[in-house]
Every structure is written in C-alpha cells, then in structure tokens.
Design a protein around this ligand. Sequence first.
Ligand SMILES: [Zn+2]
Length: 177
Amino acid sequence: MADKRIRDRREYQAQFYLEHRERILRRVQEYYAKNKERCRATGRRYYQKHKDERRLYAQNHREQHRLVSKRWAQENRMERKAWTLKYREGIKIATLAHYSNSDIPCCILCGITDIDVLCLDHINNDALIRGHRGGGKGGANFYFELQKADYPQGYKTLCANCNLKKELKRRRNCALS
Ligand SMILES: [Zn+2]
C-alpha cells in the first residue's frame, strides 16, 4: 500500500515536472543568477563531502557509463550533432562578445554583427608565438580555451574584412620599413 502511494506520488511529480518544465527551469536559473556565490559554495561543500564516494562510483561504473553514452550517441546522432553545434556556437558567441566589449558580438572597427564573418584577432600579431590561430574553422576549441582561462587580454573581435585590411596594412608597413 505504502509502495503504491510512493509510486503514485513519484509519477505525479514526474508528470508535474514535464508539464511545467520551462517554468521550473527558468526559476532555477533565476535563483542561481541571484545567489551565484551561495550556490557555488554549496556545490563546493557538497563536492568535498562526497568526493571519495563519487570517485569510487565513477571507477566502478566506468565501462557501463561508456557503453550507455556510446549507445545514446549512436541512437541520437542528429540530436548529438545539433547539441554540439549549439554548444560550440554558444561559446563562440560569448567569447566574441567579450572581446568586442558588448552584449552582442561585433567587429570593433566596423561594427558588423554577422557571427559568420567574425573572428578573433591577436592584438600583437603573435598568433604563432602563442601557438594558436584564432577564428575561422576549428576555432571552437580555441574559444573554449580562452573562456576557461577567464578571457586573457590581447585579443579583439574583428570581421574578416577588417582583419584582412589590418594584415595588408601590416605587410605594407613591413615592406616600407
Ligand atoms: Zn569589421
């Protein structure tokens, strides 16, 4: 009898969540935005407290996890692809926005906001020294690295045109000097 009650309640809760998902998630996000530090502190405390058992669990279930996520990826190819693209796009937008000093990514020279033509420029032309080539294809990992490093200085958002013009100017100056 008690089991059935618990089961019913769980089903009801699951149903409730599905029906009000958007609202619940929005509320959680709002709460997190307002109480960021507090949430982080709680998270850290929880992590510290359960660190060992989590590690043990991960160790014992590694193979199982690998299989589950592999199967999921195979069965949900398109979803996975879409998710990855969206995730990369999000990081790119956030990083370019940061280096254009605005909410929306834009070229700091001409102001164009078309995300497809925007890229990162190394202020001191030291792309090779840093071992990176920003922007363009394969840039997602680079954007991710910058975000992870808390956006170091030395970059700015440019469009392909302004980037090219900057490079031409530099070469002209080099040829003249
Ligand atoms: Zn531009």
